[in-house]
Design a protein around this ligand. Structure first.
Ligand code: AGP
Length: 614
């Protein structure tokens, strides 16, 4: 996902744009650029690399760069490798307009062929430059940039969060959205456009969320919003709620570590105002209008990607075991293309931190088209998945800046636990006394997470130092801790670049056991639950083959030391809430392994915070 910032108003836009890009760099970061209009002159500067590289490049102008209209972009490449030429902004052939774009123009090849036949030549390998030339062509016809953008977009297939400025119309910015988020920041005598409120919250908390198919013509003093077909539409101004301090690192070395340590608070925030401990009940306003659909659901389907998919796997155990509702979990990228059998009696939950993951968004649209009730479990307020769902529950984890998801995951698990308790009470699969026990268990989780953070960090740092040079890891767990093993393995992979595989513990003997020797460390998630003895047998099998064992085990476990080389102890928690606590040591392990290997913890290579392309 790319970062977009635009400004129009009386102030010099250059520092505003560069600071905004810096706050968005986590969204996509292989190149960055800026475009300005000043006294009838376009200025476009762009560089491969980080925003800092662009700033260094601009410093050569000794602060002479100044304009009241401009826009900037950080890029995560989808078409064309990361380099200066492919960086945004891109201009039309006559350099009369400049655009920045987040998304994919799916029919860009056919448009490029047509334009090439008409004599256009292109400098870059990007789909965005083709769009710039198409808008330029329309601009020749209309001599009005807003109309030119609308006419061009009528020919485009694919997704865009798009911002356009024109040399001959220095009093306006055009913004358009389909499939990639765009917001307008409404200031006092100045206006902003951005892909994320974090970029502009320094300047205004009043925002307008553009919806798919909407276009905005923005001036310093106001704005007009319309559809691509030029139907005028009214938009309401909303308030951004999170504090800027939530975004800054807060004294930690990395955003990821800050976010790991925020989890006692963020887990509590997910429960706040929703969990009624004494009554053993849960109130979720976002599901009120679909309560009957949930009560009568024939089946629940959970679909997501990556870490959010792992959360869904835990949700399956919760929904089936406690609420007794048949539940399936699907990779969104598979679900969207396999023509699934969906009926109006199905409820589909989309789990997504960003709320912008293209595969998950598309899976939801597929399910909605087939008549299912589609609900969102989302972190980013006002995101596409949240807006397109018929209801849902925000996880309230606050902005998650580290590319590797941590606090969003445990908040997703918390929300799934809340939904489980609500459904179980409504469907009478548990009585009030049992529900009160579960509610108290849930309410105690934040303190248990805090305890783990305070009492295992030093030990985990030592384990990371011991294993920082290994090339492979195996993570094993059973039941609801199998998804914990998957998530622990994913964390290690994505930030330390060590290959790690998560597996159901019992499945190891069906093949992966061939990998076990003294060079293959094995992490076991082995709480004292109903299948503890079974997992202990799996530890025996590893031990017998000289595998080195790191165990995440309960404090009162007196057997584990006989088998495990390293034991990280966590408090006992009711079975299906256990993953929220058991994942914490694995988050810390991946973090300290990455630090020991000196990788880029917050912005790992090849990754973006939100994958808004297929
Ligand atoms: C998580 O650590 C990864 N960065 C990635 O797997 C992520 O969970 C996935 O892309 C889904 O993102 P979403 O939750 O924003 O939809």
């Amino acid at each position: 996902m790319c970062g977009i910032v635009g400004y129009i108003g009386p102030r010099n836009c250059v520092p505003i744009i560069l600071e905004g890009l810096r706050r968005l760099e986590y969204r996509g970061y292989d190149s960055a650029g800026i475009a300005l209009v000043k006294d009838g002159v376009f200025r476009v500067e762009k560089k491969a690399g980080k925003v800092a590289d662009l700033v260094n490049h601009l410093n050569q102008f000794n602060g002479s760069l100044s304009a009241q209209l401009g826009m900037g972009h950080t890029r995560w490449a989808t078409h064309g490798e990361p380099n200066d030429v492919n960086a945004h902004p891109h201009c039309d052939g006559e350099a009369r307009i400049a655009i920045i774009h987040n998304g994919i123009i799916e029919n860009y090849a056919s448009i490029k062929t047509k334009l090439t036949r008409e004599g256009h030549t292109f400098k870059s390998a990007t789909d965005t430059e083709v769009l710039a030339h198409l808008i330029g062509e329309m601009y020749k016809r209309t001599n009005d940039i807003c109309s030119a953008v609308r006419l061009a977009l009528a020919e485009v297939q694919g997704t865009y969060g798009l911002v356009v400025i024109a040399l001959n119309e220095p009093d306006k910015i055009i913004a358009a959205r389909r499939g990639s988020p765009l917001i307008i920041g409404v200031g006092d005598g100045e206006n902003f456009v951005a892909s994320d409120a974090a970029a502009i919250v320094d300047h205004t908390r009043h925002v307008i969320y553009l919806e798919d198919g909407e276009v905005a013509e923005i001036t310093a003093s106001g704005l007009r919003t319309m559809t691509i077909d030029d139907e005028q539409i009214e938009k309401e101004i909303e308030e951004v709620t999170f504090e800027l301090s939530q975004i800054e690192r807060g004294g930690y070395d990395h955003f990821m570590l800050k976010e790991i340590h925020e989890q006692p608070d963020t887990i509590m925030n997910a429960m706040r105002g929703r969990l009624q401990v004494e009554e053993g009940n849960v109130v979720l306003g976002g599901l009120r209008d679909v309560h009957d659909k949930l009560m009568n659901a024939r089946r629940i389907i959970i679909t997501a990607c990556g870490t959010s998919w792992h959360a869904g796997l835990v949700g399956e155990y919760l929904f089936e075991e406690v609420a007794r509702i048949p539940t399936e979990v699907e990779y969104a990228s598979e679900f969207r293309y396999r023509n699934p059998v969906i009926t109006k009696d199905d409820v589909v939950f989309l789990i997504s931190q960003s709320g912008e993951t293209a595969d998950t968004l598309a899976a939801g649209r597929e399910a909605k088209a087939k008549g299912a009730t589609v609900l969102g479990i989302v972190n980013v307020v006002g995101s596409s998945i949240a807006r397109e769902s018929s209801g849902g529950v925000y996880v309230h984890a606050g902005p998650e800046i580290g590319v590797a998801s941590t606090k969003a995951f445990t908040s997703q698990l918390t929300v799934l636990s809340l939904i489980t308790l609500m459904l179980a009470r409504s469907r009478n699969t548990i009585d009030k006394t049992h529900a009160q026990v579960l509610a108290r268990e849930m309410y105690a989780i934040p303190e248990k997470v805090k305890y783990v953070l305070e009492n295992t960090t030093d030990q985990i740092k030592e384990i990371a130092e011991e294993f920082k040079r290994v090339q492979n890891f195996l993570y094993l767990g059973r039941g609801a801790n199998f998804p914990v093993a998957l998530e622990g393995a994913l964390k290690l992979k994505e930030i330390s670049y060590i290959h790690a595989e998560g597996y159901p513990a019992a499945e190891m003997k069906h093949g992966p056991i061939a990998l076990i020797d003294e060079n293959m460390p094995v992490v076991f998630v082995v709480p004292k639950d109903g299948i503890y003895e079974k997992v202990m047998s799996n530890l025996q099998e590893v031990k017998a083959r000289r595998g080195r064992i790191i165990a995440i085990a309960n404090e009162d476990d007196t057997e584990i030391d006989k088998l495990a080389d390293f034991v990280v102890r966590v408090p006992r928690t009711y079975g299906y809430f256990g993953p929220i606590v058991n994942i914490i040591p694995l988050q810390l392990l991946s973090y300290y392994m990455a630090v020991a290997r000196e990788t880029n913890v917050d912005q790992p290579r090849n990754l973006a915070k939100s994958v808004t392309v297929e």
